[in-house]
Ligand binder design. Structure first.
Ligand SMILES: [Zn+2]
Length: 255
């Protein structure tokens, strides 16, 4: 009888603990980091990008409020900016490729590459990072970050882009179709998100404009060592900004 009572008590306590745990995981995208009502400015000195994304200190969320609506684009502007490879979208493609955060729409403007990555995950850099830059009709920005690691598997779409990059400063127009989904990682519902800034033009701790909503996917895509070398031959200079202090920001982790 006594044992039964203790077992019931243990069960009761465990139930309360598990309920508490479930209650603390929000199903809403955090309001405070949605940039939609803020055009870029300079009031975000304490909220700069990139940062170290540390699993141990993230606030866990479980939301479906981020939707990615990517299709195929026409490669009309593949640009070697000297600093990096940048693919600009035509006005038609901007309308057809967008994300929504809690129903708020941001259209894809361009995507570009960094070598090595700008964000670190648990202190570790990746070989490269791709930034998909989106803008809302209110002049606000949201960026999706894809980390690229060195691996055995070739991402053939990424290979095509690197091969298609002009060797020197300039723009190439191929007018071929390119599926954006092919360079997204698996499970795009798994990501880190926080409020940050642009990472240019200042590569040091001098503030850049913000605020903007950052979403960095937890899964990565891969390139072989030879492909990373091919990129580095065209873009010799590193183009990553130094890690910035988190200050009192919260980084959320969606699963
Ligand atoms: Zn960037």
């Amino acid at each position: 009888m006594k044992l039964k009572k203790i077992s019931l008590l243990v069960l009761f306590v465990l139930t309360i603990i598990s309920c508490e745990k479930e209650k603390s995981v929000s199903v809403d995208f955090p309001e405070g980091i949605i940039s939609y009502n803020y055009a870029l400015g300079t009031e975000n000195i304490q909220g700069q990008t990139p940062i170290n994304l540390e699993n141990a200190i993230t606030e866990k969320i479980s939301t479906k409020d981020l939707e990615i609506h990517y299709n195929s684009i026409i490669l009309s502007s593949v640009q070697n900016t000297v600093e990096n490879l940048k693919i600009n979208l035509s006005d038609e493609d901007k309308v057809l490729n967008y994300i929504t955060i809690k129903g708020l729409r941001y259209e894809l403007q361009q995507f570009h590459f960094h070598h090595h990555s700008e964000h670190t995950v648990n202190g570790q850099y990746s070989e490269m990072e791709i930034h998909f830059v989106h803008k809302s009709s209110t002049g606000a920005y949201a960026v999706l970050g894809v980390l690229v690691k060195e691996g055995q598997t070739i991402n053939s779409s990424l290979k095509t882009l690197i091969s298609d990059s002009p060797d020197a400063i300039g723009i190439s127009s191929y007018n071929t179709s390119f599926d954006l989904n092919a360079i997204l990682p698996l499970q795009t519902n798994k990501y880190f998100t926080y409020s940050g800034s642009l990472t240019t033009p200042n590569m040091d701790t001098t503030p850049n404009q913000g605020p903007l909503t950052w979403i960095v996917f937890k899964n990565n895509i891969t390139l072989t060592a030879a492909q990373v070398e091919e990129y580095k031959l065209k873009y010799e200079e590193d183009n990553f900004r130094v890690i910035q202090p988190l200050n009192n920001r919260t980084v959320y982790e969606n699963n």
